[in-house]
Design a protein around this ligand. Structure first.
Ligand SMILES: CC(=O)SCCNC(=O)CCNC(=O)[C@H](O)C(C)(C)COP(=O)(O)OP(=O)(O)OC[C@H]1O[C@@H](n2cnc3c(N)ncnc32)[C@H](O)[C@@H]1OP(=O)(O)O
Length: 438
């Protein structure tokens, strides 16, 4: 669907005014795709890619719109001076395991502007163009992960999902969590890769904030692409099978040898997926009890890992970093707010400002005891009233950011009772999480 959406005419005009050309990369145009990939990797200061690797990279973009800005007067005019890619992703929203919901969102990635063309409004034209294209495609929400936390608020985005890095001192920890009933076993990376989609899709269903993966990214994680193969010889893969032999989780990890003490390796967990509580316990216990290891590290994990409560010495499990990860931009307030379940019945009136004019207005959200919601543009009274910018509505949406906190920070206007009322409805029983960059 999104491949056929036309280029945004307003952004095309703005870019033409700057003497540049805004164009979609034709998915059938390999040379154009390779040039676009080279601009994308250069924009993020990554190594250049040769033709073969660039063609392999393009596999990640088969479902995406790739847009470039071209300077026909440049020394290499085929290489765009700015890039952006976008596609429709399925985002998990809060509910209970029985009521899990997903919604379609416009994922935006690969935002780069060449240092030779920066700070002339090109990124603004690209971003605003993406938001208008999302609206034209009927998408109520846009989503991205960001290189810097300073860029996207001006476009109405805010952080909705925080993630954490964890470090576990395995000599201190001592497993006291439940004994898993299944077993953990080593599997070949390529064999596990074939099962990863299915296992991860089942795991993702109960994690608000998670989005679709795509094939080539899995190949990268498993060290199965030409550019990751060499450095992935040390990557180990284990799978958790339940007592009926059904795969319910897996982990990928690397071991780093200590420079002077062979009994003090560090394990770096690069992927950890658990469908069931049993799989979670079984896999973590396996990692924490590896011999010749003193530390296990994992990143892009929940800010509230149950693991902390599964060891004898809770101080052995340290959160070493916590940061913004998934950013959301609401484009259609009723369609977005009715795409999740809520924790309690009630009604909230949101008075929304939107400098870009997509979603401003007064909206009343009403939730019932089943967790279902209705939302309309309305002047009707509600249990609680709040006034906020569209960015803060995005922050609240997945139930990972507290309205009471935003109120205390001056990011929304409401009484303490109204903020508490929002939190009663919105906060997710499990904090949202997103285990991937996109
Ligand atoms: C979803 C993603 O892909 S995240 C990745 C973002 N890309 C990167 O980090 C790659 C390296 N950086 C770049 O390629 C560029 O510097 C970009 C894309 C961040 C900005 O591109 P530019 O074309 O220079 O931005 P543009 O001139 O359109 O600026 C738009 C606005 O953002 C502001 N802005 C631009 N870059 C930054 C920044 N790094 N930090 C804070 N503000 C910024 C500008 O001041 C301007 O503000 P205003 O319009 O409100 O006055």
């Amino acid at each position: 669907m999104h491949h056929s959406l036309p280029l945004d005419p307003t952004s095309a005009a703005a870019i033409a005014d700057a003497g540049l050309r805004y164009a979609l990369v034709d998915p059938g145009d390999e040379a154009g795709g390779v040039a676009w990939v080279r601009a994308d990797v250069r924009g993020f200061h990554a190594d250049d890619v040769d033709h073969k690797d660039a063609v392999d990279n393009l596999r990640a973009f088969t479902d995406r719109r790739m847009t470039g800005v071209y300077d026909d007067t440049a020394a290499s005019p085929e290489i765009p001076v700015a890039t952006v890619s976008s596609w429709v992703t399925s985002l998990t929203t809060p509910g209970t395991p029985e009521q899990t919901q997903t919604m379609d969102a416009w994922a935006i990635s690969s935002v780069t502007v060449s240092p030779t063309h920066r700070r002339r409004g090109i990124a603004r034209a690209l971003l605003e163009g993406e938001l208008r294209t999302a609206v034209a495609g009927g998408l109520p929400l846009a989503a991205l992960t960001v290189s810097e936390a300073t860029i996207y608020r001006r476009f109405g985005f805010a952080c909705a999902v925080l993630v954490a890095d964890w470090s576990i001192d395995t000599r201190r920890a001592k497993w006291t969590g439940p004994a898993a009933r299944g077993r953990v076993q080593f599997v070949e990376r390529a064999a596990l890769r074939a099962q990863a989609d299915d296992i991860e899709r089942r795991a993702r269903r109960s994690i608000p904030g998670e989005v679709d993966r795509w094939g080539r990214r899995w190949d990268e994680f498993f060290g199965l692409t030409p550019d990751t193969e060499k450095e992935s010889k040390g990557l180990r893969a284990v799978r958790y099978d339940d007592e009926n032999g059904e795969p319910q989780g897996f982990a990928l990890f690397k071991l780093k040898e200590h420079e002077s003490d062979f009994s003090a390796h560090t394990v770096v967990v690069t992927e950890f997926v658990a469908v069931t509580d049993d799989a979670y316990a079984g896999l973590w216990r396996f990692l924490l009890e590896l011999d010749l290891v003193t530390e296990v590290r994992a990143s892009l994990r929940s800010v509230d890992e149950p693991l902390r409560w599964m060891v004898a010495d809770a101080r052995a499990v340290r959160k070493t970093a916590e940061s913004d990860h998934l950013w959301l931009r609401v484009l259609d307030v009723p369609a977005t707010l009715t795409s999740r379940r809520y924790a309690a019945p009630g009604s909230i009136a949101f008075d929304v400002r939107d400098a870009l004019g997509f979603a401003a207005g007064r909206f009343v959200l009403s939730t019932d005891a089943s967790g279902a919601a209705a939302c309309t543009a309305s002047d009707a009274p509600a249990d609680a009233e709040v006034s906020l910018d569209i960015a803060e509505l995005g922050a609240l949406f997945l139930g990972g950011i507290s309205a009471a906190t935003l109120r205390a920070a001056g990011r929304l206007t409401a009484t303490p009772d109204a903020a508490a009322a929002i939190d009663r409805l919105f906060l997710s029983p499990t904090p949202p999480r997103l285990g991937i960059w996109f």
